[in-house]
Structure formats: C-alpha cells, structure tokens
Write a protein that binds this ligand. Structure first.
Ligand SMILES: [Cu+2]
Length: 584
C-alpha cells in the first residue's frame, strides 16, 4: 500500500472510530442497547486498525505520523481504557456507559481535528487544546445526562480543562519564529546584459477571445490567449516591455523555468511591485539557456493565469531543421486549449513537439503512431533518451516535455487527456491504457555531482487552519505555517542545498522553485537512476517524499511554491533567501 493510500485509509478509519464512539454514546444515552453495543464494537475495531495504520505511517516517515503518535494514540488509548472495561461488563442499564463512550468519542474526534486542522508538526499547544476539549465536552455531557460526578472530580476536570486551554492558547498565540519577507529592494538590475536584440511589447488587457467557437471573457496579452509566442536564439538579449491597460489587480511577467536575474523574476511584492493599469515595466535578460519555457503573470496568479495571461518562450540553440511545434495546454473558461490542428508532414522530417502544461493540475499526454524520445524536460536536455512507443507522459503544472521523432509515412497524433490536439492525419487509437513514463528511470544515468550538502531543508506539505489576519482560512501549509508566516530558507552564494519535500496531504502539489533548477536525487527512498533530471516543476503526490538538490548560484529573494496556483494563493508559498548578497 502506498503512503498516499495509507494516509487516506487512516483518515477514514479515524472518522469511523470517532463516529462509532459518539454514536454508541448517543445510543446508550437513548437506551438503545443493541445499537450502542454494535457501534461501540465498530469503534473498538477501528481503534485497533488505527494502531496498524499509524505504525505503518510512522515507518514511512515521522512526518506522516508525528501528531498521530504523540496526540491521537494517547487519546485513543485513554478512550479504550475508559470505555472498554465498562462495555465488557455490559451493564444492565446501558445508559451508565453513555459518558465513557462519549468520552472516547470526544478523544478520537479531537485527535482527528488535530490532524485535519493542525497537521505537521505536532505541537504541545495542539495536544493541550485537544485535552481541554475532551475534558470540557465530557464534563458537559456528564451534567446533561444527569449523572454529574462528585464535586472533587468536577473540580479536577475543570482545573485540567482550564489549565490545558490556557496553556494551549498561550503557546499557540506565542510569537512564531517566522521573520517576515523583506519586500524592500534596492535599485533593480545592476547587471548589464548588453543591448537588446529582441524587443517585444506585451500589453495586458481584458478581452473577449474566441475559443472553440465561443466568445470568452479573458485577460490577454496583446488581445490573444495564449499571448504571443516569444522566440529567441541563444545569445539574444530579450527586452520585453510589459504594459497594463486595465487589469485592475495588476500584472507582472514571470519567466517560468528561466533562471533570470532576481530583479527580472516578476514576483510582485518580492522582486518588483505589480504593474497597475497605465503603468509599465521593462524586463531585460540574456537568453543563455536553450529550451522550452513559458511566461505568465505572477500577480494574483491563480486568477491571472487562469484568465489567460500566459504565453510560450522558446529559446533555440541555432536555426533548427524540421518541424518545431509548441503545444501549450490550458483550460480557459472550461474550454481545453489549444484547438485541434492537423498538418501533413513529409515522411522523414524531424519533428519536435514542445509540450507545455500551463494549467494548475497534471495533464496526460500520449503520442500515437510513431516511436519517439523525450529529448528534454523543463528545458534541460536528457542524457541518452531511449526510444519509446505506446507510452504516455504525465506533465505537472508548469512543466514541459520536448518529444522528438522522425515523421513516419503514416499519420501521428498527440492526445492530451484523450483529446487529439495535434496530428499529421487521422489517427484512431485508444491511448488510455498506456503505461506512463517514469522520468526518474529514463535515459542514461550519471553520478550526482556533489558529495556534501551545505544546507538541508525539509518542507512538509499539508493543510491546516490558519489564523493569520482576521479571517480564519483552511490554508495549504508548509511545515505547519502558511504564507506569509513560513520562515524563508536562508542560503549563501555557492551553497549546495538539499530539499526534502514531503506531502502528507490528500492533494498533488506541483513544486516550483524560482531562479534555479533542482536535480532530482530520489523519490520515496528510490534514487533517480535515469538521466540527470534538472527540474523546475515536479508533482509531489500524496505520501511522496522527494529529495532534490541545487547549487545556490543566483542571488536574490526567490519564490518557492506550489504551482497549483490556488494552493500557492492559499498559503503554500515561501521564499529562498541569500544571505549577505546584494540582489541583482
Ligand atoms: Cu499544491
């Protein structure tokens, strides 16, 4: 069983246990003896089963089980110790076990709340608040059911509840160690990149665009979705003038996967201010990495990108022979883009398909009718890619795969989630059952270039209640905190940095570090054995543990976030910060 399934199973079992005890308690209060005994038995079984899931999760990694071992297990144990013996005696008056059963229900419920609302890391305040809740709820039930405990027991319970509540809230309210992200930066680009050789103006504006024969309200660069395709040859100096006509919430340009100098990275509030209506910002950088990239707004990025503020950036090493097609996949107002295109290609022509996922969730791509190779991922060429056939690839949000093949005499078609988006003629082929390529084992391996790591960071991805500001929200969290309260990861120029990224939530998190490409070391304890994978976007699935590393060679303040942009906007964003380096 995968860790992701274990996490899900554990959650279901925890709900069953809590519901069983609470239901049993309510049934016994109502003198429904058989129902009460049945529900209590179910709860007891679920509690025992949980011992197994919690142990398995702890073996998969402490991150997955910390609060379950430290808070849920003791509370469950207390529940069984209190309710179990009374049940076994199965008294004539079933009502007399109502309070013990309810106590067990409160214990399991509060442990469940700790997991769902608090998550990782386990903390004393969460444990104390859980205890306070259990004692308080039990005392109230006792009183309501007309069998109040003795004065001494009542006083003791009250004391425990109040003390736990005070200590818990006190700890929770204590100021955290999270230093704010300094947003105040010196003057912009200090690095001279030379005279521009490619000049482009992108004007962001509200627009009505045609998609699949429908008029759709969009936010567009130069009136089109996607925006103009930007192309360059290695060595070009790109100058892109961004203008905002009427996007009230502001726009920026982020060069996704392009490791530009920090001042050109386009993150509002971090590397620049958002460009408001009537304003402009000029980006300038040298195109020194060939490959497939894309650009998008990073201001209110979830809405902005979804509404259409994105486009393709392709940097070629030199003029290339053959057919070179970009396929930026996007969902605009529920309409999948691009529309299907068909163009015949002469047999023997080399073809490169640049697949780009600009959505916030994974897409499945299947190339039918020809063997092919994956030449590059996230802009970096792979070593020794072998020929593949009838194999699908999964591209995470923000990710890119370049597929290459020599056009056969018969038609070829690319399917995205079962829909043909590009073809050289009619192809009818069921691709849904194809196996999926694992890039970690594809191509020719080579040793990791570093033998030591100067800094190691662990990012545990989860969900939790975030009380920052006035409105509580159910945030997507990193190490138990949500943006802007997640401490930045501090490095020095030249450091070799290792990230361990753990997903203990139920959602896929496509991870994206700005300004750097990370080398994949391992996934779930299995070392990457294929071609070195230098990624800027990778799916960390529920239960996954990824180890990646990079050299800190691009000073500045860099966003490091989930590229499911809804998640990023709901807290899952932190920053990588260079110590003692001027930003450039
Ligand atoms: Cu996410």
């Amino acid at each position: 069983m995968s860790t992701g399934s274990l996490l899900a199973a554990d959650l279901v079992i925890a709900v069953l246990a809590a519901a069983g005890w609470l239901g049993g308690g309510a049934a016994s209060a109502a003198r429904r003896r058989p129902l009460a005994l049945g529900l209590a038995a179910l709860a007891l079984l679920a509690t025992l089963a949980r011992a197994i899931t919690i142990t398995a999760l702890a073996r998969a990694g402490w991150w997955f089980a910390a609060e379950k071992v430290l808070i849920a297990a003791p509370l469950s144990l207390a529940a069984v110790v209190v309710a179990g013996p009374r049940l076994l005696r199965a008294p004539g008056d079933i009502r007399s076990v109502a309070v013990p059963l309810l106590f067990a229900g409160y214990a399991d419920s509060s442990a469940l709340l700790v997991t769902v609302l608090h998550g990782y890391p386990a903390s004393a305040d969460a444990g104390l608040l859980a205890v306070a809740g259990v004692v308080g709820a039990t005392a109230v039930s006792w009183r309501l059911l007309g069998a109040p405990p003795s004065r001494t027991v009542s006083r003791a319970a009250l004391t425990v509840a109040v003390a736990a509540l005070l200590a818990g809230t006190g700890l929770a309210a204590a100021p955290g160690a999270a230093p704010g992200v300094p947003h105040d930066h010196g003057p912009g680009d200090a690095r001279t990149v030379g005279e521009p050789t490619r000049r482009v103006t992108l004007t962001a504006a509200t627009a009505t665009v045609r998609a699949s024969g429908r008029d759709v309200a969009a936010w567009a660069f130069n009136g089109q979705v996607p925006g103009p395709e930007l192309t360059a040859t290695v060595g070009d100096v790109l100058e892109v003038r961004l203008r905002n006509r009427d996007i009230a919430r502001g726009v920026t340009l982020h060069w996704h996967g392009y490791d530009v100098p920090n001042s050109q990275d386009g993150v509002p509030g971090v590397t620049q201010a958002a460009v408001l209506p009537g304003q402009e910002f000029v980006y300038r950088f040298r195109a020194d990495q060939a490959g497939t990239y894309w650009y998008h707004t990073h201001a209110v990025s979830d809405v902005g990108v979804r509404m259409g503020l994105y486009g393709v950036l392709v940097v070629r090493p030199a003029p290339v022979a053959g057919i070179d097609v970009t396929v930026p996949v996007h969902t605009l107002a529920g309409i999948p883009l691009p529309a299907t295109s068909t163009e015949p290609v002469a047999a023997g022509t080399p073809v490169r398909l640049r697949l780009i996922n600009t959505d916030s969730t994974t897409h499945r791509y299947a190339l039918a009718g020809t063997p092919f190779r994956v030449a590059a991922i996230d802009g970096s060429d792979l070593h020794g890619p072998t020929s593949l056939a009838d194999t699908a690839v999964l591209i995470p949000a923000g990710g890119r795969y370049d597929l290459v093949f020599t056009a056969p005499a018969t038609p070829v078609a690319l399917f995205v989630d079962g829909r043909a988006v590009y073809s050289t003629g009619p192809v009818s082929k069921a691709t849904g059952g194809w196996p999926v390529l694992d890039p970690l084992t594809y191509g020719a391996g080579s040793p990791v270039p570093w033998s030591r790591f100067d800094r190691k960071f662990t990012l545990v991805l989860d969900r939790g209640l975030d009380l920052h500001g006035l409105l509580p929200r159910y945030a997507h969290t990193v190490n138990g905190a949500a943006d802007p309260d997640i401490p930045p990861q501090v490095v020095r120029l030249g450091d070799i940095v290792k990230f361990t990224i753990v997903n203990r939530s139920q959602a896929v998190h496509p991870w994206h570090l700005h300004g750097h490409h990370v080398l994949v070391l391992s996934r779930n304890g299995e070392p990457a054995t294929g071609s070195p994978l230098w990624l800027d976007s990778f799916d960390v699935r529920p239960g996954d543990v990824w180890e990646v590393a990079f050299q800190a060679d691009n000073p500045g303040m860099w966003a490091n976030h989930c590229h499911n942009l809804k998640h990023a906007d709901a807290g899952m964003t932190l920053h990588l910060m260079y110590l003692g380096q001027p930003n450039r």
